[in-house]
Design a protein around this ligand. Structure first.
Ligand SMILES: [Zn+2]
Length: 209
């Protein structure tokens, strides 16, 4: 994902009921051509509007697109019980490990992702960038191409390695093309021909964010 922080204006958020469930909606104003509704995690909606909108208008947009939203909410997603934890797509039982062991498994997983990142950088001779990890709830990665900085979500530890590689390659390709233009996807095709499938597969895990 490419993000220009100057372009997004957080407006307000509210709760609404869809299919008897409380859904949290965050409304953002962005200088873009089309209205967008995105599902973030299991029950959070991001509503991106193209003009200044008040709460009443936002609610009527949600009502208008109710059927689409119901479909979005009913897409298959990973369900993780409280007794389990997940690392790189594999589920483990909490009862089999101490808290300390689980913590160190997660730390090791972050180090593995860091290694993956630098291995990919070496393999494809991508430019030097600063890498950081952050608990990001609305995206898996972000690239600040001008500052040469790539951020990865710490929650990537939940998803299978091939999907992490896809996220890393996606962000590296943003160094060359900051947007999601045809040129960007042509670039990504060179390094990750299965990126369309991987993007879909990642959605399955987005409820863990
Ligand atoms: Zn992107």
């Amino acid at each position: 994902m490419y993000l220009n922080p100057n372009k997004v204006i957080e407006m307000f958020s509210f709760d609404t009921i869809i299919n008897n469930e409380v859904v949290h909606v965050t409304c953002q104003y962005k200088r873009t051509r089309y209205l967008k509704i995105k599902l973030i995690g299991a029950k959070n909606l991001l509503l991106i509007v193209t003009k200044k909108t008040d709460l009443k208008e936002a609610q009527s947009i949600i009502d208008k697109y109710r059927d689409t939203i119901v479909k979005m909410l009913s897409k298959p997603k990973i369900e993780l019980s409280n007794d389990d934890f997940i690392i790189f797509g594999k589920t483990y039982h909490k009862a089999d490990y101490s808290k300390k062991e689980i913590d160190s498994m997660y730390k090791d997983a972050i180090l593995s992702i860091e290694k993956m990142f630098y291995d990919i950088k070496e393999k494809y001779v991508f430019p030097n960038v600063e890498l950081y990890f952050r608990k990001m709830h609305s995206r898996w990665g972000v690239c600040y191409s001008k500052e040469k900085r790539i951020g990865l979500s710490s929650y990537l530890v939940f998803v299978p390695c091939e999907l992490i590689e896809y996220v890393i390659l996606h962000e590296f390709c943003h160094l060359k093309h900051a947007d999601h233009s045809k040129l960007f996807y042509a670039e990504l095709d060179k390094y990750c021909p299965k990126h369309r499938q991987f993007k879909k597969d990642l959605k399955y895990y987005s409820s863990l964010l």
